[in-house]
Write a protein that binds this ligand. Sequence first.
Ligand SMILES: *Cc1c(COP(=O)(O)O)cnc(C)c1O
Length: 363
Amino acid sequence: MARAFNFSAGPAVLPEEVLKEAAAEMLDYDGSGMSIMEMSHRTKTFEKVLNEAEADLREIMNIPDNYKVIFVQGGATTQFAAVPMNLMSANKKAAYIETGNFSKKAFQEAKIFGNARVVASSKDKNYTYIPDCSDLLIEEDDDYVYICENNTIFGTKFHTLPNTKGKPLVSDQSSCFLSEPVDVTKYGVIYAGVQKNVGPAGLAIVIIREDLIKEDADLQFPTPTMLKWKTQIDAKSLYNTPNSWAIYICGKVFKWIKKQGGLEAMKEKNEKKAKILYDYLEKSKLFKNDVEKDSRSIMNVVFRTGSEELDAKFVAEAKEHNIVTIKGHRLVGGMRASIYNAMPIEGVEALVKFMEEFEKENA
Ligand SMILES: *Cc1c(COP(=O)(O)O)cnc(C)c1O
């Protein structure tokens, strides 16, 4: 049976090699006589999986020693609340940049806890661009500045980080995590739900600069134990039963990335794939991408014909060409091709070939 070209925004395509390896180990992981899923998280075997995953991630991202890494449950959305709970100090203030649905949700969550303000937004043009963030109205007692770095639904990406005027930058990297090299030292906190680019759903990875980790006495809110970053850091992500299966798969994906040549190689391949699509979209008379050129995402490429009927026809016929989950998010309609690390170039080529045929037939 052939694998589909799966353009899903998440859960999304994973490297075939990783899936095959996991399949081969399903009945007997490393001579244990069981799968990782069936194994206690307190075993030496699982601890090794977890430790290697962290070590490989640190190597791939070049994470400095003064940053902690935790693997936690509840996806990215749980971090929308964990961020203000763990970072707000006495005045409970934070600056949010609104570039789409996920940053808006994070902002609304922060408002439950304190005085979160939107200091820049691209809502005026339906989030088709990243606003200028070189001189934001950041206040002296803001605890952090928040961005969603790649906007999964709207197909935009910060290519320049905001000027936070010395405040820690918190970034939701869910849909661009490990897609290209990043300078971790520019961030206070990076977090990502892993089901977009690196693994199964239900796991988030949080990378936190040490000086931002609060002791219990400094937390401003009655914070549930599971939501305190310090709990998870002290317990090395083993406070309770972790999402061991997802950690195991992520670990394999990290090794796959290393084998491919690391994040430089990911970036090169991802840019190449995105260019094939954007180049075609620029010359197409049928399909349009509304995103401003310098704000384009290389992970999520959105496009539309302008006719809902034709969009639906495209999605239906694409399926016959083995091109699946290409429908846009319900908030924006149209189509969206998510072309994460594990999407082969052949998938993008097949998509563009089909788009060309569709354009000819429906001109
Ligand atoms: C998917 C996504 C989320 C939500 O992730 P969950 O794991 O479903 O909570 C948050 N932020 C971004 C940027 C996303 O792409």
